[in-house]
Design a protein around this ligand. Structure first.
Ligand code: IVH
Length: 714
């Protein structure tokens, strides 16, 4: 146990050591003695925070820096090693709620390289030990998820386990059976394999992660900090049915044990290819065999660039000696194999101070607290503010101004406070007061039942009006170049515009009055506003900023109505029957059109000549106007691809069967709901062959099949 004072001291010491990390590396024996002691003190403390209390106070990267500094000093001065040094043990993750099982081979960690030089050192060691002049490496992404080991016996998935302490893990077979990308049967016998243990990672893709967190926030639950925590937390749920609801995926990247041994693939590349061919999700398409370390470095850098656009969170690249014959001579340490290393990208977590909070009013009146930070670099980007989401989030984490906070930037997600380092408090921290009045217009804020956010419901609130104008002018909406937030603000403050309808009555002489607007700029803005009149109904619907009506919903609406006025008196049930429009969205649309002030804006738009009617009924093409729904697996391509084809030929691709559906295309193992609904409504069902018959003159079906065969895994 640590007293609060001691914790503060240790955090202070941690920060000092991190600052001095370069000095530590070049320490003399005398200095090293003191450093080693201090490093052990802080590492033991952070181990305790991480493993015992499950509330780390530094980022993994910072921890790693400390650990490596200690390990390197001990290596340089072996006389300083003691048996109780934190470097002398392997960490455990066992929590005790699942039965434990022994792995076929120990599930080790990977050594890390943070610089190109460290990769070259690794290569030097490999060359020395193998005697090779040029080493062949296989390089693949390092997935940031939860590690798993899967066992297949006689082609059947018989056991799945967590990493645990590396020797034994938790048996989570039933949970893993709910993960769709883990085949329950795979034909390893085709490769002469009776029993195999493979390693991989359970993940949640970034998009699902974002959705999952949005849902959690809506439900008032704390969001997960990153996809890794979300995946690891999901795997440990005690009820497999709950696990199945989380959109988990598993990717496998390593064969660790094979019976009979003679059937172990000769290279890592071959091993992953085998898994790929057997239907596993693997890094096969994203891995590269490189000759020599310089090629490896280039490939790692290439990936560091595209890391953000990758659908999964990756924290580096794994470099593995490709040929298995060298594994034995290279061997293992107690911590990692010597034939592999992880090249880590820049970290995405950091600790910094929260120096203030501002409250922002959103376009629909939601009040969002935004934390102001002492600027800090996180994964190559300087971060100086962070969303604090809502009042509940602040209360739950007990975030105070002046706190030291651990922040993380994961995926495309805005930076997020993972943890408040309470141990670093000195008593001067100030609790955050949530306002009860709108910071923009001063009206009383409300919290609607079932919502976590406070909202300003004054439709004339200046902050909201300005953001609505800006949204109307945005590229996806009416695309009015020159109508950014600053111009919107100026137009509003000069009293020239109160809503989007007023924009169309502005004269050039009005625009010249705006600060910084010469004649040319005024002309341009005037023309841009006039041009926007013909953007179309979908863009108008989106531009109006109706709550929950995003671009997709706006497009769907625009397909089924002739004029915007159709929405005015449309009954709720009819709105809800539109494909893709649920209860919440329908209510929001209804509410919008029930407000007199909104109808007035629409009238103004109409009078000014803004197009509010559907122009083109359907896209041209051989499937014009036909609505297709698919169920089950298709042999020719994925359902998404089939949807793209339908749309490219003028048809409409929909997800559920309604009375408007033209055909339900039935593939292998179709879903019962869609089939019975089609039967109920008398919608014709057709086979995949019949569908292909319809499109065969426009699409090269053989090529489609070939693409599916090669690319269906990723
Ligand atoms: S190979 C003996 N390949 O990273 C080597 N590991 O930090 C076995 N990881 O424990 C690991 N992506 O959970 C390997 N492509 C990849 C990986 C990967 C992620 C994880 C794995 C490992 C950890 C080490």
């Amino acid at each position: 146990m640590y007293t609060p004072e001691r914790e503060r001291e240790l955090i202070e010491l941690t920060r000092k050591l991190l600052k001095d990390i370069d000095k530590i590396r070049s320490a003399s024996l005398e200095e090293a003695g003191a450093y080693v002691q201090k490093l052990r003190e802080v590492i033991n403390y952070h181990d305790y925070k991480y493993y015992v209390q499950a509330s780390p106070v530094i980022s993994d990267y910072e921890y790693d820096q400390l650990f490596r500094a200690l390990r390197d000093l001990e290596k340089k001065y072996p006389q300083l090693i003691t048996p109780d040094s934190p470097t002398q043990r392997v960490a455990s993750e066992i929590t005790g709620s699942f039965p434990t099982v022994r792995h076929y081979t120990p599930m080790l960690s990977l050594d890390n390289a943070y610089t190109e030089e460290e990769l070259r050192d690794f290569d030097r060691r490999v060359r020395e030990l193998t005697g090779l002049e040029v080493v062949e490496y296989s390089v693949e992404p390092k997935y940031d998820g939860a590690g798993i080991a899967l066992v297949y016996r006689d082609n059947l998935f018989v056991r799945g386990a967590t990493r645990g302490d590396g020797e034994t893990g938790e048996d989570i077979t039933n949970n893993l059976k709910t993960v769709r990308t883990i085949p329950l049967r795979a034909e390893f016998s085709k490769f002469g394999i009776r029993l195999i243990e493979i390693r991989g990672e359970v993940l949640i893709n970034k998009e699902e992660f974002k959705k999952m967190n949005e849902e959690r926030l809506e439900e008032g639950l704390p969001p997960f900090a990153n996809p890794r925590n979300a995946a690891a937390g999901s795997l440990r749920l005690q009820n497999p049915a709950e696990v199945a609801k989380r959109k988990l995926e598993a990717v496998v990247y390593q064969v660790s044990y094979v019976e009979p041994e003679s059937k172990h693939p000769e290279t890592h590349y071959e091993a992953v290819k085998m898994l790929h061919l057997l239907g596993f999700k693997t890094p096969f398409k994203d891995m590269k065999v490189c000759r020599g370390i310089e090629e490896v470095i280039d490939y790692c850098r290439e990936w560091e660039e595209k890391r953000e656009s990758y659908p999964y969170e990756i924290d580096g690249m794994v470099v593995k000696v490709n040929r298995k014959e060298f594994y034995e001579v290279l061997g293992f340490t107690s911590h990692h194999p010597r034939w592999a290393i992880a090249f880590k990208f820049k970290p995405k977590q950091a600790t910094t101070k929260l120096i203030g909070v501002v409250f922002q009013v959103g376009r629909v009146g939601t009040i969002t607290p935004v934390g102001k930070l002492e600027p800090v670099e996180v994964g190559g980007v300087t971060v100086s503010s962070v969303s604090l989401f809502n009042e509940d989030f602040i209360r739950e984490k007990d975030i105070r101004i002046g706190d030291l906070v651990l922040i993380e930037r994961a995926g495309d997600v805005i930076p997020y406070v993972v943890e408040v380092i309470k141990e670093a408090r000195d008593g001067d921290e100030i609790p955050i007061e949530f306002p009860r009045e709108c910071p923009s217009c001063g009206s009383k804020l409300v919290k609607l039942p079932g919502e976590v956010a406070w909202r300003c419901i004054n439709i004339a609130c200046p902050a909201q009006v300005i953001l609505r104008l800006k949204h109307w002018g945005s590229r996806e909406a009416m695309d009015i170049r020159g109508l950014g937030e600053a111009t919107a603000k100026a137009l509003y403050e000069k009293g020239l515009v109160k809503d989007v309808g007023d924009l169309y009555y502005l004269k050039i002489t009005d625009l010249i009055k705006l600060p910084g607007f010469a004649e040319k700029a005024a002309m341009n803005l005037y023309n841009a506003i006039q041009e926007s009149k013909n953007r179309g109904l979908d863009r108008v619907l989106y531009g109006l900023g109706i709550r929950y009506v995003g671009l997709t919903t706006a497009k769907k609406l625009a397909q089924v109505i002739d004029s915007i006025w159709d929405l005015k008196d449309m009954p709720l049930e009819k709105l809800e029957s539109i494909e893709g429009i649920g209860d919440v969205v329908a209510r929001s649309i209804k509410e919008f059109f029930s407000r007199e002030e909104n109808l007035k804006v629409i009238e103004k738009l109409e009078k000014a000549g803004v197009k509010l009617r559907r122009t083109k009924l359907e896209k041209e093409g051989p499937l014009k106007g036909k609505i297709f729904v698919f169920t089950g697996t298709l042999g020719c391509c994925s359902r998404e691809k089939a949807g793209e084809i339908v749309e490219s030929l003028g048809g409409i691709f929909a997800n559920s069967v309604t009375s408007k559906t033209s055909y339900l295309v039935v593939g292998q193992e179709p879903g019962r709901t869609k089939l019975s609904r089609a039967k109920q409504l008398g919608i014709p069902t057709i086979s995949e062959e019949e569908f292909l018959e319809m499109i065969k003159d426009y699409v090269n079906i053989d090529e489609l099949r070939r693409e599916r065969k090669e690319g269906y895994l990723f």
